[in-house]
Ligand binder design. Structure first.
Ligand SMILES: Nc1ncnc2c1ncn2[C@@H]1O[C@H](COP(=O)(O)OP(=O)(O)OP(=O)(O)O)[C@@H](O)[C@H]1O
Ligand SMILES: [Mg+2]
Length: 280
């Protein structure tokens, strides 16, 4: 459930808090004190498209319950592929996880069909905002709740979504006539209507006015703080991503080359830029 069922779990302090640490060092550092398993663990995955194109090369990522993790990296680094591996959408692009594992809430999900993964509570908001243009805003939102069994909570969550995106309440026409920013809000709103436990957001700022990007990112920040929603955010704009995320993972050439607390990364944005602008 999106509303109120997640305990607001503060993000566990990383073992290397306060220091900008390359991911590879984490493996060799002493074990952190015992804490709950992350909601999502991506462990050393390889992803191959068309059986030959190796794109992810041993990528690891941990997403604690109730956190926002920003996934950064140059074009072609493998950010969208990582999200698609988690949501299962790789299959529709003839891609597959060929090594490693993805564990969501204690269960392996790599190799599982995307509709099953949605039922388990993982929802990806796609790059390019796929909404149904000839349906109204409300119809699109209700469509998002299609897979839910708890029909009794759908009306309440509809109100919750319209509360986070009040502009959508004012738009009664077909979704195809919405502005780009409003369509992005609707795409996020529709994802929320599926009552996700983990929301994957790919490049929400693509082609949007800065004001719209701010409204969408503000909504995500509030959803995380107020509803405890766990989010993995792929974002080109590093500063904006750091405003929302508590943790950062930078990808290059299909591997995580930097994992750290957003707070410490904010103090050294130049270093972060050197990672994100490096060759994909
Ligand atoms: N369906 C596909 N079939 C074959 N190769 C693909 C496919 N999708 C992505 N790739 C390749 O995988 C690599 C990583 O792509 P991906 O889209 O994951 O990167 P990205 O980090 O999201 O980049 P961007 O910032 O441009 O969105 C690229 O070299 C890309 O060409
Ligand atoms: Mg991408």
């Amino acid at each position: 459930m999106v509303t109120g069922t997640h305990p607001r779990s503060p993000v566990a302090a990383p073992a290397h808090a306060g220091a900008v640490t390359p991911a590879r060092n984490l493996a060799t550092s002493r074990p952190a004190p015992a804490r709950a398993e992350p909601l999502l663990s991506v462990r050393g995955i390889e992803v191959v498209y068309d059986e030959v194109i190796l794109v992810l090369r041993g990528l690891s990522l941990a997403v604690p319950q109730g956190s926002v993790v920003a996934l950064l990296g140059a074009n072609g680094a493998g950010k969208s592929t990582t999200l698609k591996a988690i949501s299962g959408l790789l299959k529709s692009e003839n891609g597959a996880v060929t090594r490693g594992e993805i564990v969501f809430d204690g269960l392996r999900v790599d190799g599982t069909d995307p509709d099953q993964i949605v039922r388990r509570g993982v929802f990806q908001v796609l790059e390019g905002r796929r909404i149904v243009a000839d349906m109204t805003v409300l119809e699109n939102l209700r469509l998002g709740a299609f897979t839910r069994r708890d029909r009794e909570n759908v009306a309440r969550d509809l109100e919750m979504v319209l509360g986070y995106f009040p502009r959508l309440r004012e738009r009664s026409g077909l979704a195809g006539y919405l502005s780009g920013g409003e369509q992005q809000m609707l795409a996020i709103g529709r994802a929320l209507m599926s009552a996700p436990r983990l929301l994957l957001v790919d490049e929400l700022s693509l082609g949007l006015m800065p004001r719209m990007v701010d409204l969408c990112l503000d909504a995500l920040r509030k959803l995380n703080r107020e509803e405890g929603l766990t989010i993995v955010l792929v974002e080109q704009n590093t500063e904006r991503a750091l405003d929302v995320a508590q943790q950062v993972c930078v990808l290059a050439s299909g591997r995580s080359v930097f994992i750290g607390a957003a707070e410490s990364a904010r103090r050294d944005v130049d270093l972060l830029h050197s990672y994100t602008s490096a060759a994909a």
